[in-house]
Ligand binder design. Structure first.
Ligand code: NAD
Ligand code: DAU
Length: 332
């Protein structure tokens, strides 16, 4: 049995990974999470207490991190400030958590000789033109646009340096946009679903032509588990499920699900520096490690996600008013 320390395991993707481990492996899990606004205890509540425990703490605090790392066989590092819009309003927690936090994790795994998998994003590569057939590969140069993506890029470079300079046993993955249960309603898909549940209109930044490459969070989890167990130390793997859609199409799909008209949405102020298109070529992960996504059909994955938000109104409702008030102040 492996003892896995999952940082950020009370957030969206981290909690999906913890559920994945409980269902598909015999690993025991410690979640290390600061429980910021983005976390929810409910996302990991009800899991077997002999398999999953929660430590509330900051990844940038070496006194919390070092003794915990010592007690585990591997660290899977999800914890981050994750929302681009927030990073435009106040970059400071992004620098602190994404850079200093990752540095703190690296120092702890270096001293303890513990395996690390670092979770990152396709946004480190910047963006692609809408009419460019190219997709990101592991060889694409880094070119991040926002305070969020630049701190994630910096954290990746720290990991690469700690592998080369200190022999840290680490791998990195850069994944595209995730959807699924437990995603905070500040993010695009859950914001629009909950707007429509409330009888309101989806809010599209700019013309809605920006493209994201959607993957279900459970497919991200299976890819991370594959890399943790079979990835080559020092290597980077791109994770994606060929799910390119523009934002307008996603909004229309949500509206159709609820029987609303295709044009029942608002165009709102665009995001500053808004990346045009992300697209992942995950050939390396598929051919070298044999991984394949299970949620190949975005339409049915989105329908299940919509039903999850309908059924879990008690979870997101307390946050809806304040999230919308923040967006309203920005003209979004
Ligand atoms: P999230 O914001 O939902 O969750 C982040 C979690 O990290 C929260 O539980 C939060 O409390 C915790 N956290 C934040 N600062 C912390 C600190 N200093 N110490 C301890 N815990 C802290 O984020 P998410 O969308 O689940 O993203 C998780 C990871 O996956 C991030 O590293 C992100 O860059 C990466 N990623 C996200 C996506 C996506 O589509 N959401 C895609 C690719 C990669
Ligand atoms: O690509 C991976 C990244 O995906 C992750 O690294 C980030 O952590 C994650 O938040 C996500 O970043 P995006 O900026 O792409 O996600 P977001 O949900 O904020 O927005 C998705 C798209 O929808 C983007 O083009 C902006 C647009 N958008 C967003 C919101 C919140 C809207 O049109 N309207 C909205 O209300």
């Amino acid at each position: 049995m492996q003892r896995i320390l999952v940082t950020g395991g009370a957030g969206f993707i981290g909690s999906n990974f913890v559920h994945h481990l409980v269902e598909h492996t015999d690993a025991s899990v410690t979640v290390l999470d600061k429980l910021t606004y983005a976390a929810s205890r409910e996302s990991i509540a009800g899991l077997p207490a002999d398999r999953v425990s929660l430590v509330v703490g900051d990844i940038a605090d070496p006194e919390v991190v070092a003794p915990l790392v010592d007690q585990h066989d591997a660290v899977v590092h999800y914890a981050a400030e994750s929302h681009n819009d927030n990073s435009l309003n106040d970059p400071s927690p992004f620098v602190q958590t994404n850079l200093i936090g990752t540095f703190t994790i690296l120092e702890a795994v270096r001293r303890a000789g513990v395996r690390l998998h670092h979770i990152s994003t396709d946004e480190v590569y910047g963006d692609l033109e809408l009419d460019d057939p190219a997709r990101f590969t592991e060889a694409t140069p880094y070119n991040p646009s926002s305070p969020y993506s630049s701190t994630k890029a910096g954290s990746d470079l720290l990991v690469r340096a700690w592998v080369r300079s200190f022999g840290v046993q680490a791998t990195i993955s850069n994944c595209s946009n995730n959807y699924g249960p437990w995603q905070h309603i500040e993010k695009f898909i859950p914001r629009q679903i909950t707007n429509v549940i409330d009888g309101g209109r989806p809010k599209l930044y700019g013309a809605g032509q920006n493209v994201r490459d959607w993957i279900h969070a459970d497919d991200h989890s299976s890819a991370v588990w594959t890399i943790l167990n079979h990835g080559r130390i020092g290597d980077t793997y791109l994770i994606g499920a060929d799910g390119e859609k523009n934002n307008l199409d996603v909004v229309r799909q949500i509206l159709r699900h609820f029987g609303r008209a295709d044009d029942d949405f608002d165009h709102v102020t665009d995001r500053a520096g808004h990346d045009l298109r992300y697209a992942i070529d995950s050939t390396k992960l598929r051919t070298e490690l044999g991984w394949a996504p299970q949620f190949a059909d975005f339409e049915s994955g989105l329908a299940r996600t919509i039903e999850w938000y309908v059924a879990h109104e008690d979870w997101w409702r307390p946050h809806k008013q304040s999230v919308e008030a923040t967006y309203a102040k920005q003209g979004q």
